[in-house]
Design a protein. Structure first.
Ligand code: ADP
Length: 495
């Protein structure tokens, strides 16, 4: 009974990965599902799609792995964060499609909260900056527009993020629970007290009755319904995707840091039991909660990570595959003075400038596509470097190295440049699916396959370390050029 399975319910696909006790991947299966865009800037998922693709991915991955279902010790859930569902307690039927984290429809709610002077209060209690991204205003919108306040008051409705929704549908006895990491992304949760906040709830007119009970990130919440795999199996962990990945990288010590290079980049730093409030536009969040004790993290994100490479491929046609970017970048010695700032949707932390736009500067008659591709990969690393610098400034401590994962971290040129520009080693693990690994390890802790997180950490194995080779003079020169280029991109769209 030593196999662990992770359900990784993401924004574009539902995945399931089967791990052995040593943290090795035995099988993985992913199923994409449809994105709904009812209006510009609005994004929804059909809850039925989320559920059915997740169950099918689970069945398929287990079948592909060839493991005996009786050997599965536990299942862990990790998920796209902030996405909001409301369903009927009686029937389980959702009252509306899931409103996805990317959806901007509740921006007017945020404008009102900010105009009412609530920004500091929200930041103080939740560690978040007020934004439509988080679940709170999405719940308020559903209750308001569908006229559901009375039903909510009567306790007929349940709110949940995707972890909660899956738990309700997959676990015997239909527990209405969420874990502390997911709760921390609702903008309704006091991360210091680790409880739902009455003042925030009343600000958004959300009755407490619809909220799930908040549990630890590693805790048995019940058994998988037997008809799904033919046997009941403990579901023993839940955590938001970025939190699971921090865990799956075994970043257990204060000051340890990871960066995930997916569509965007997400950098999290473990700050231990200390709640650090950022002066540089970063978020504060619960990294995980074990035995009732929260560990905190600082978080920052880059909007255009691997998506910059997709742009090179799909819009510019400069490469035919993402991996080709590496050879092309290496075919030239440098960018010949070119900088590309992929501010296609504005810039996030530490700039927070929604009016900046994509810019290429420094081109000459000799600039070729290899220079542009190289500048694009370097830009992903420069943006991550800006986050790293912001984290160092907030916590007053320079991490000795940075751990990396995500699809685009497969690009060794980019990882070497990342190390050069940070001036610290960059460590890439064997398993790049650290989000799923984190959920599996948490589940292993939840059922006692691992005695504690230190034992689980030994399952996380580094593969390659990229050592910094650039000297300080050249690093400073490169960053000086980058920051001048960023200045050129800023405020381009006239408000
Ligand atoms: P997500 O989970 O956000 O969908 P993934 O972790 O699957 O993202 O990573 C996919 C992203 O990584 C895509 O944006 C893709 O362009 C980029 N990517 C994949 N392989 C490479 C590579 N070898 N070099 C650079 N970027 C890559």
């Amino acid at each position: 009974m030593r196999i662990l399975v992770a359900l990784d319910q993401g924004t574009t696909s539902s995945r399931a990965i089967v791990f052995d006790q040593e943290g090795r991947t035995l099988a993985a299966h992913a199923i994409e599902f449809k994105q709904h865009y009812p209006q510009p800037g609005w994004v929804e998922h059909d809850p039925e799609d989320i559920l059915s693709t997740q169950i099918e991915a689970l069945r398929k991955a287990v079948e592909m792995s060839g493991v005996d279902v009786r050997d599965i010790a536990a299942i862990g859930i990790t998920n796209q964060r902030e996405t909001t569902l409301v369903w009927e307690k009686e029937t389980g039927r959702c009252v509306h499609n899931a409103i996805v984290w990317q959806c901007r429809r509740t921006a007017p709610y945020i404008e009102k909260l900010v105009a009412d002077g609530k920004a500091d209060l929200i930041k103080e209690k939740t560690g978040l900056v007020p934004d439509a991204y988080f679940s709170g205003t999405k719940i308020a919108y559903l209750l308001d527009t569908l006229n559901l306040h009375e039903r909510a008051q009567r306790g007929e409705l349940c709110f949940g993020t995707v972890d909660s929704f899956l738990a309700w549908h997959l676990v015997d006895g239909r527990p209405h629970v969420t874990d502390a990491t997911n709760a921390s992304r609702t903008m309704l949760f006091n991360i210091e007290k680790q409880e739902w906040d009455d003042e925030l709830l009343s600000m958004l007119n959300i009755p407490k009755q619809i909220l799930p009970t908040v549990v630890d990130s590693a805790q048995v919440i019940g058994n998988l319904r037997a008809e799904i795999l033919g046997r009941p199996i403990p579901i023993a962990a839940m955590a938001g995707d970025q939190h699971a990945s921090l865990f799956g990288q075994a970043c257990f010590e204060t000051g340890m840091i990871k960066n995930t290079y997916g569509t965007g980049c997400f950098m999290l730093m473990n700050t231990g039991d200390q709640l650090i409030r950022s002066n540089n536009g970063l978020l504060t969040t619960t990294a995980w909660r074990l035995d009732g004790k929260p560990t905190y993290a600082l978080e920052g994100s880059v909007f255009m990570g691997g998506a910059t490479v997709q742009w090179l491929r799909d819009e510019m046609g400069l490469i035919s595959s993402a991996s080709e970017s590496e050879q092309l970048a290496e075919s030239v010695n440098d960018t010949a003075g070119v900088f590309l700032v992929p501010a296609f949707t504005g810039l996030g932390a530490p700039y927070w400038d929604m009016y900046s736009r994509g810019t290429i500067v420094g081109m000459t008659r000799g600039t070729n596509k290899a220079h542009i591709v190289r500048a694009a990969l370097e830009a992903i690393a420069y943006q991550s470097c800006d986050l790293f610098t912001a984290m160092v400034a907030d916590c007053g401590h320079r991490p000795p190295h940075m751990q990396v994962d995500g699809g685009a971290s497969a690009n060794s040129f980019m990882m070497q440049f990342q190390s050069d520009i940070l001036g610290v080693p960059v460590v890439r693990p064997m398993v790049l699916e650290t989000t799923a690994l984190g959920a599996a390890l948490l589940a292993g802790i939840g059922v006692g396959v691992y005695a504690n997180k230190e034992e689980a950490a030994s399952m996380v194995k580094p593969d390659l370390t990229f050592m910094p080779h650039m000297d300080q003079y050249n690093r400073d020169l490169a960053l000086y050029g980058w920051h001048r280029a960023v200045e050129r991109s800023r405020g381009w769209v006239e408000a």
